[in-house]
Design a protein around this ligand. Sequence first.
Ligand code: ADP
Ligand code: MG
Ligand code: ZN
Length: 498
Amino acid sequence: MSTNVLPTYDDVVSRYEPVIGLETHVELGTVTKMFCGCPTDFGAEPNTQVCPVCLGLPGSLPVANRAAIEATIRIGLALNCSIATWCRFARKNYFYPDMPKNYQISQYDEPLCVDGYLDVEVDGELVRIGIERVHLEEDTGKTLHVGGATGRIHGATESLVDYNRAGIPLVEIVTKPVPGLGARAPEIAKAYVAELRDVIRTLGVSDVRMEQGSMRCDVNTSLNLPGAEWGTRTETKNVNSLRSVERSVRTEMLRQAMVLDGGGTITQETRHFHEDTGDTTSGRSKETATDYRYFPEPDLVPLAPEPVWVEQLKAALPELPRQHRARLKTEWNLSDLDMQSILNAGAVELIERTVAAGASPEAARKWWLGELSRRANADGVELEAVGATPEQVAKLQVLVASGKLTDKLARQVLEGVLAGEGDPEQIMAARGLEVVSDTGALTAAIDEAIAANPEVAEKIRGGNQAAAGVLIGAVMKTTKGQADAKTVRELVLARLAS
Ligand code: ADP
Ligand code: MG
Ligand code: ZN
């Protein structure tokens, strides 16, 4: 059978089993680079944060950064790894213009941390993702292709290289292959990366910003028939958002199924993920380890972390996200389901910060899971990129709680916040959105409503309080919805009390 028709996802997972594996690179937030004293600030003028060591000039010698080693060990400990008592750096040899030494100092068969796991909660169920290794290496520089339309090398007139990033400490976290996830493979891949990001952020060793590239993911995917051996994997490179992690697994599963259905074979290769279309396209065919001619780095002494030191680092680990979430669930008095929906929305930290800024847990949850989630979905962005900060949301809620805004007005103010018009109070002033609490103005509006609806007023006087709705509606109309309905109701009833 020969076909190039993309099968449906349900069809694919009914006939094939996926295996995934994730390689995640995290740029550490150390003050200086991995093997020299150059600063690591993001966004500096190109080639201003360089020295003979990170430029690979002859005669220069590297010295390992203790803070980077400590950070890597802490990541390894948080991921339940064993920490090597003795290991070495290795030279990974390849030529690429963004790598001035023509080799990268990395770790090969003697990584600093091995054989751990990370438990990831998906829909209330724990999935254990095995960690193969956590090792330390140095980042490469950045190449900029200019003169073309796309910023890619094709069509460019020249390429520029910025070595500021070259030599920044980079930790690589490699999972074991994860079989058995079936249809949930894309979702669990995303949940793993999200959890890993939270762990690393909690450790405070990196700002783990996927959009800025301080956390980058390579996503390995293969398919096999039930009962057969694992298939050949492809490695989708530099997937730069959580959403893309999920999409890239899914896309590859569909594409590989189509190839296999057509009687083809999967080539082991790197592929590039395209944010705009969600497609992957073929990159280079994958090098094998021998292509890199790895050998122990002769310019560095072996690394032998003192077990006592490692024990101290272990004892000093902070509360990790899963424990932290369990504590919040209790503190916020939430059901499993409530907590689950917060997790699914990726809103834990946002709600926590909103509460810290003065909102009640209940109100914070309502805003982030309601209005703001809807907006993020509609715009196709992550919740934290929706355009409102926890501080602004808290402010909004404080204004509601103090009676200055009704829920309805607060939603209009939020519109303004999301449109970038400033903080809630500025928007209230600019758009004239404040609850009409001036009793004089309200009384006038109420008298007007009574005069226009004498028979309704009569019913209320006669004890039929339910009829007040008509008058409240009329008052709300006169005040353009800027009165608090509860206050209006009280005033109407007081006015018509016999
Ligand atoms: P490389 O540097 O060649 O990419 P690594 O060992 O660093 O190799 O990473 C390979 C990744 O691919 C690991 O996360 C591993 O678990 C995963 N992997 C290995 N075999 C398969 C497979 N058959 N299907 C999916 N993923 C796989
Ligand atoms: Mg790799
Ligand atoms: Zn340097």
